[in-house]
Design a protein. Structure first.
Lengths: 486, 182
């Protein structure tokens, strides 16, 4: 270890320092909300600046355990944005319920630190520890409303199944280590390339692959490993749900990129069939169950399962030989982050007054009660459906085009994805119908979200509008994807 | 007279005999943890299973890991678990665990998975050296603070986050939650 190693790790160090600073500020001014939020947001801004200052470099640190490249920078920026938006939205929900913000922000930034470490992991052991750092604070956040039994129930389900899946993933990693004798991703990839060249893979490796797939599928909430998702998402405080639906999910895809693509890439012919089946099941079941939901949070939970399926199509396209599948995954992750967090933010605004549920009837007449919120919610829902020219359309388009170009079974998968996108329109647009064609409840009070909340909402709205129209984002995604070999 | 490497009159090595004994103790006590109905006895069986695992670490040539296992798992974690049971049990709560109805399905699934794992492990040719590699404590230290220093440090951040969260969940709020009493 030397100074340049620490330089490569600077974004992570800044993020940890930010979390520590938030806690210290809370000690200095207990219970004051504004200083904690300001510290957190400023720290995150500095972290983003540090990431940008490192962008363009490709360097390894700590003897090859950590790597700074385009992919790390792209994902780091995305994770910082997720944390900043969550903090901007959170206070409007937490303050009326008397829940502290400083601990929320600190724990959230710790989680994001883990996600950023996952993004730069070039060592299986680091990958696992970083993944744990990402998900462990998530369990705490899910149970953040301690006096709400639903929050506790969701947190416990998330915690038990999450710990279980971590153990399964670790078991799979142990098999790979046993057969390749190393935890460094490049050494593992070279050893596996030799093994794959001989033809059939060893039974132990197949077993390890099965365990790792199950472990990662749990984390990204792919069917049939999704059982924790609806309860955890519905029970969590709404800003936490917003975070859980994007942060750990994109983190899990970062694991997939660093583990399945970078380390297990030589075996991609062996894991392609599993990913195709997972993708098909995930998007179909997610959409079918989402149609029957009357609670918007639960509906968006199932819809997030469906979106996992679409992103998995990108992974399958990569394994099918189409490298653009990787940039499609990254673009999808970025687009999904902003449109989904925006949708959850509108729910948060509605639930600012304690006691308001996230039932679909809450949305009745939102278009008239608050034209701006209604219009933004419609924008997010249309984007989630995949209506051009919004971000969600381009995200789906890139994934599907990559799958079609890969050909074979992937063409069938692409067709299934399109059918699913059409079916999804039903439940997304149902909310829009409620917002514009039903009368609001007589006693509905006016909605007045805070200033920071409005800024965050504007950012998500603008991103959803312009993401597809500015090719710069896609260029960034594809140059980040170029880091991973085909 | 020193004892030989193998059992008298056979080719069975002492190490292997010891391993089988420890493995049976490990699995037996682990099984007791999940099948016994008295939670305190489950905790005690867990200590026995941790101790057997420490023995296996010694057999694998890693005394430091075995010592850590004894200190941390038996010395700290088990005691903590027993204290937690003692402090959280109330008079009106059931002291005996309620068994769930899916235990049989779970047992069958566990046996099937164990059989599959045993099959794959036995049919795979592992790139092993065949000899027990004795790991000196200094070698572990070198690895921990050399090759694996980053994961090592990340674990400390993880523990910090866990402590913050733990305090958060355990802290008593000034306004008493009246609704929860009902």
């Amino acid at each position: 270890m030397n100074w340049s190693d620490l330089g490569s790790l600077a974004p992570i160090i800044w993020a940890v320092l930010t979390a520590a600073a938030v806690l210290l500020v809370d000690i200095a001014a207990p219970g004051r909300r504004a200083p904690a939020i300001a510290t957190a947001l400023m720290g995150l801004a500095v972290t983003a600046a540090v990431v940008l200052s490192l962008a363009g470099h490709t360097e390894t640190a700590f003897g090859g355990a950590y790597v700074v490249d385009g992919l790390t920078a792209f994902l780091d920026l995305l994770f910082v944005a997720i944390a900043a938006l969550t903090i901007m939205f959170a206070d409007d929900y937490l303050q009326p319920r008397g829940l502290p913000i400083a601990e929320f922000a600190a724990v959230l930034i710790f989680a994001i630190t883990g996600a950023m470490l996952v993004a730069g992991s070039a060592d299986l052991l680091l990958l696992f520890v970083a993944l744990e750092l990402m998900v462990l604070p998530g369990y705490l956040l899910a149970g953040y409303a301690r006096n709400d039994p639903y929050s506790t129930e969701g947190a416990i389900k998330y915690f038990l199944l999450g710990s279980f899946s971590s153990a399964i993933l670790l078991f799979g990693l142990a098999y790979v280590w046993g057969l390749t004798g190393s935890t460094r991703v490049d050494v593992v990839a070279a050893a596996l390339a030799q093994a794959a060249a001989k033809g059939s893979i060893a039974p132990g490796l197949a077993m390890g692959l099965a365990f790792m797939t199950a472990g990662v599928a749990f984390k990204m909430a792919a069917v049939p490993f999704h059982y924790w998702t609806p309860d955890a998402y519905q029970g969590s405080p709404t800003p936490v749900t917003a975070y859980l639906s994007v942060g750990p999910k994109i983190g899990a895809f970062a694991v997939a990129l660093r583990l399945f693509v970078a380390a297990l890439g030589p075996l991609k012919a062996d894991w392609l069939p599993i990913v195709i089946v997972l993708a098909a099941l995930t998007m179909t079941l997610g959409n079918l169950v989402a149609i029957t939901q009357d609670n918007v949070k639960r509906m968006l939970a199932y819809s997030s399962i469906a979106h996992t399926g679409y992103i998995l199509v990108g992974l399958a396209a990569y394994a099918g030989g189409q490298h653009s599948g990787i940039s499609a995954i990254l673009f999808y992750g970025a687009a999904y982050t902003f449109m989904n967090m925006g949708a959850f933010a509108v729910i948060t605004a509605l639930q600012r007054r304690p006691g308001v549920t996230s039932q679909i009837s809450t949305f009745a007449g939102l278009g008239r009660r608050s034209p701006w919120l209604g219009a933004l919610m419609a924008l997010f829902l249309l984007s989630l459906t995949g209506i051009p020219p919004l971000a969600g359309f381009w995200a789906k388009a890139y994934v599907i085009v990559a799958a079609i170009q890969a050909g074979g079974w992937l063409t069938a998968l692409a067709v299934l994805a399109m059918l699913n996108a059409a079916a999804a329109a039903f439940y997304y647009l149902r909310v829009v119908v409620y917002m514009y064609m039903r009368d609001p409840a007589e006693d509905a009070p006016p909605l007045s979200p805070g200033l920071l909340f409005r800024v965050g909402l504007a950012v998500t709205g603008i991103a959803t509008l312009v993401f597809g129209l500015f090719p710069a984002i896609l260029n960034a995604a594809s140059s980040a994807a170029g880091v991973l070999k085909g | 007279m020193p004892i030989g490497q193998t059992l008298p009159f056979t080719a069975v090595r002492w190490d292997d005999v010891l391993f089988v004994v420890l493995a049976i103790m490990l699995l037996g006590s682990a099984l007791l943890v999940v099948t016994m109905r008295d939670i305190i006895r489950c905790g005690l069986a867990m200590i026995a299973s941790f101790a057997s695992l420490a023995g296996i670490y010694v057999l694998l040539g890693n005394p430091l890991l075995a010592a850590t296992q004894v200190l941390v798992y038996i010395g700290a974690i088990s005691i903590l678990v027993l204290f937690a049971i003692m402090l959280t049990q109330t008079k009106n709560a059931p002291t005996r665990l309620v068994f769930q109805t899916q235990a049989w399905i779970g047992a069958v699934a566990a046996v099937v998975i164990a059989a599959i794992i045993a099959g794959t492990v036995l049919t795979t040719t592992w790139p092993s050296t065949g000899a027990v590699a004795w790991t000196a404590t200094s070698d572990i230290a070198t690895m921990l603070f050399g090759q694996y220093v980053l994961p090592f440090e990340v674990v400390s951040v993880l523990l910090t986050a866990a402590v913050v969260g733990g305090v958060l969940l355990a802290r008593r709020e000034p306004p008493a939650d009246k609704e929860d009493r009902s």
